[in-house]
Design a protein around this ligand. Sequence first.
Ligand SMILES: [Zn+2]
Length: 171
Amino acid sequence: MRIVKTPICSFDAKTGILCSKCESKLKTGHLSIGDIEASMKLTELADKNNIIDKFTLVGAHKIDEELILILPTSDISILRSNMELLNYIKKKFNNGVWFIESGATERRFIENLIFPVKIVSINLVWLPDGNKLTKIIISKKKNQNTKIDTALITKIAKEMRNIELLVEYID
Ligand SMILES: [Zn+2]
């Protein structure tokens, strides 16, 4: 039987109690609170859904109340071609869920964060102090029906990838 793969043991994910091995991984920072919460939640959903049951959760980050899940590109493609499933997962995560492809490049990571909004252009801007900004430009006109939370996206990019993101809009 195939069962959703998570960073913690599937038994722990099912019971909601960490074994001593996972507990020590948490203490040493090899597992995060996000990994644990996302593993348990996704396992609960997988119990009632055989598509989710085939997913592999590579890892997860918790930033504020948001859970950012890292999944293989193939799992993310399944989600994006199945709005019903995507909305179901979003609802179960109280709308605080994000999906990032594992191994994503910086650009891909940003595209994942703002999906389905598309980037018009992306540029690195070097500041006089040697730091760099990643500036993305988004078209207002093309994305009238999709609102993105710039502050939250900027925060996630900084905490997960140390990207100083600057979002600009054009008409
Ligand atoms: Zn365990």
